[in-house]
Design a protein around this ligand. Sequence first.
Ligand code: TEU
Ligand code: CA
Length: 562
Amino acid sequence: MDMNSKKWWQNSVVYQIYPRSFQDSNGDGIGDIQGIIKRLDYLQELGIDAIWLSPVCRSPQDDNGYDISDYQDIDPMFGNLDDLEQLISEAKKRNIRIIMDLVLNHSSDEHRWFTEAKKSKDNPYHDYYVWRDGEEGVYPNDMGSAFGGPAWEWVPELKQYYFHQFSVKQPDLNWENPKVRREIYDMILWWMDKGVGGFRLDVIDQIAKEPDLKITNNGPRLHEFIQELSRETFQKGDLITVGEAWGADIDRAKLYSKPDGSEFSMVFQFEHMMLDQEPGKEKWDFCPLPFVKLKKCLEKWQKELHGCGWNSLFWDNHDLPRIVSRWGNDREYRVEAAKMLATVLHGMEGTPYVYQGEELGMTNVRFDSIEQYQDIEIRNMYRERLEKGYAEKDIMESIYAKGRDNARTPMQWDDTENAGFTTGTPWLGVNPNYTEINARSQLQDENSVFHYYKKLIHLRKENSIFVDGDFTLLLPEDENIFAYVREYEGRKLLVAANFTDKEVECPLLKEWGVPADEDGAAKSRDNGVKLLIHNYNDLPSQQKLRPYEAMIWEKAETGTEI
Ligand code: TEU
Ligand code: CA
């Protein structure tokens, strides 16, 4: 992608906030918008450019806000529209844009469209949703919901079923109906008028569902709908738009992120995120990370989208376990591993996303009892697997490894009660390790994970090679080292990282030209090669990588200054 066609979001870093767990301002134990406003200086310090806000619209909270009952009002638990407008303007003062989370595949069953739709088959809102005639107990087909149980719910008054890919309280919207699409477009334009800087589109690849053909994502009219959505709304502004697409492959991602802006800026694809689950099984049936496969998967996405699309770069979000526990080390090497994972991710081409607490190296949690978990997905899975005869111990281990509440424990601000998140009782338990892992201690420690993220984010801004460079994977078959080169206009970056808790030989460093003195200690700068960032507090070796050691070197063509 050449410089002049670059969009602002290609050189941006986005921070995701899960509002209910970020900062409570009124002591009810639930994070809110005024709490976010209080923390904007912290985010400005980190250096991020936009905030993706998980849903704050009115919702009965069956799926923590991903079940919206009013797309144009704020749920009182988070505040009100004035608070949101204040957030938009306060963030703007700090050159931070606000990205709203749009849940367009389904609404809440408490949305007025659905309460109307349920009244009768000829209600004007009835076909805003997906209905099938039938008889009680005989489902239209055997499709299941992502949260367990059938995807069909019986409404006796209508002698019909409605379709829901997620919870019973999340009826799927019927995108075949042009009235639905028009209402959605008008709502989006209304948000654009309020000055939002972009949108994240929840399970957007599921909107063209075809239940009779058992199609959930990647339906036949998907790109037709998305291109109309983009034309009618996003293209009328200068926005970042990112679609969540669990079913995306390279060809679709090229359509989704086409540089002409005909669909989105980019998508979240999840191929790398599904590598540590048994093939063909659920995420709860986890297996060790196939490291070489991870490298080749990321290499594929880097090379295939270079110059003809755009990647999102993420390890974490509100649905995923925390990466330092998942693929790093959350014990003796937690700090090194958190920094290493950040280095590998932020060195690639694409827009990086930092999930709240990831910049602190926050970890997964292990609550003693299922009662302490709040997530509908966890609770349904626990009940279903217990009924199927799974051992409770194994069920809990699956929850510890892959449960979404791992990412939803309250943000750890300091070592006071409840980590400074709330003066009340937190809606979900605080991870007990907040006394060691918290923002206040890390802001004061220049070697903290926070300051390392701050340096990484700054580095990307200062060096266009991060945005425009191509990608070459090195040591593809190596089981320990993730190394790659970025190249642009005669400059090269070497990213080298040890993904293990063992010290490993790495002759690549010397071969690539890392300078060293006579006893093999690398020099941070010599003959056109410079160390840009390193996650240990001393100089690296030219020969080996210590546990979770990571670094980025820069090399200019001979004769050009570095
Ligand atoms: O997630 C889509 C989705 O499919 C995930 O829930 C995924 O199936 C699951 O997390 C795998 O563990 C989006 C939102 O990010 C999620 O929070 C919502 O629950 C879901 O859609 C329904 O809106
Ligand atoms: Ca609150």
